[in-house]
Design a protein around this ligand. Structure first.
Ligand code: TXA
Ligand code: MG
Length: 320
């Protein structure tokens, strides 16, 4: 298992040697390596069992440093960066040659983000290279929101996890780019589209894709537990599965079901708060996945605020 701790100098030493380290961010934990070192980047794909056509996000600590590895930041995206960084926003920007092609899967744009977590920002500040970091989970599985989640699945493959507690936002970053001067959202995430639109006007949401996705976060089946995950009206699903005699667990927004044992149901937010629901989502899905049941029954949340991004993850979890 990996060593877990808060020593950023130790994390720095591993990263400088080309090793990978689990790092906390406000969205989810990342599996980080030196973004400018192709060997370290290649390890990320191996450890995650991630196809090389799925490019990585680069993390750094300031807009000045972003400019070290992108050609330019289009005006509208710069406004977004200035407003929402550090935070759950990733921008797709034209890369300079020093960014290895492996990071971008050969594409001209690189995904860049300044995360909002004090430990990781301190770490990024003292490193003289940016960090490539996908979510620290095996490809296709639920993203980690605690150091222990990273350790459970990747602990035997990496030396160190920087422990920054539970992720405050709990959903991956919102991925944004620009096409023909129009702002495009490629992945719904921890930054609400409404907040983006309040700054740059109407945006185009393009989060569904064909078999050749621009961003594999757009792949239909992703963020998925190992158990079948079924979405619908919980009252009727519960009756249906009770009649079928199939053991199930329930993931609900706020409702508690009297006919289901307490140990087999999880509420995302008893007070019906969508931000709290986002924060709890992935840890709840993991907990349900380890229960002694055959299926997980769930429901969609209101399509507003972070509810949109939560529903995106729930729908992808439900595709087999
Ligand atoms: O919140 C987050 O974004 C977290 C934390 C660790 O920063 N990271 C994360 O990374 O979710 P990952 O690798 O699990 O998802 C990144 C998504 C992928 O779907 C990838 O395809 C897309 O970003 N992406 C990365 N680079 C891209 C590029 N150059 N062009 C298009 N899509 C890109
Ligand atoms: Mg991921």
């Amino acid at each position: 298992m990996a060593e877990i701790g808060q020593d950023i100098d130790k994390a720095k030493a591993f990263l400088e040697r080309g090793e990978l380290v689990g790092i906390p961010t406000e969205t989810v934990y990342g599996l980080a390596g030196n973004a400018l070192n192709p060997d370290a980047v290649s390890k990320i794909f191996t450890v995650k069992n991630r196809p090389v056509f799925d490019p990585l996000i680069i993390h750094t600590s300031s807009i000045e440093r972003v400019l070290e590895f992108v050609i330019e930041i289009p005006v509208k995206l710069k406004i977004l960066g200035e407003k929402f960084w550090p935070g759950p926003l990733t921008l797709l920007l034209h890369k300079k040659n020093l960014v290895p092609d492996l990071v971008t899967s050969g594409m001209d744009r690189v995904a860049v983000r300044i995360p909002d977590h004090s430990l990781s920002r301190e770490l990024l500040d003292i490193l003289d290279f940016p960090l490539a970091a996908p979510s620290a989970n095996p490809f296709g599985y639920i993203s980690p929101t605690k150091a222990s989640h990273v350790n459970d699945q990747l602990g035997d493959k990496i030396p160190f996890i920087l422990d920054g507690g539970s992720c405050e936002v709990g959903l991956e970053s919102t991925i944004v780019g620009i096409e023909n001067n129009e702002v495009v959202v490629y992945r719904l995430g921890g930054l609400d589209v409404k907040d983006i639109e309040a700054v740059v006007g109407k945006v185009k949401v393009m989060t569904h894709s064909s078999s050749n996705p621009k961003t594999p976060g757009m792949l239909k089946s992703h963020y998925a537990p190992t158990k079948p995950f079924i979405i619908g009206n919980l009252e009727s699903l519960i009756i249906e599965y009770q009649l079928k005699g199939i053991a199930f667990a329930v993931l609900s927004f706020r409702d508690v079901f009297r006919t289901v044992p307490t140990g087999q149901q999880v509420q995302l937010s008893l007070s019906g708060n969508l931000n709290e629901a986002a924060k709890n989502l992935f840890a709840s899905m993991r907990a349900l996945d380890t229960m002694d049941v055959s299926v997980i029954l769930s429901e969609l949340l209101p399509e507003q605020g972070l509810g949109r991004a939560i529903n995106d993850r729930l729908r992808r979890a439900a595709v087999d």
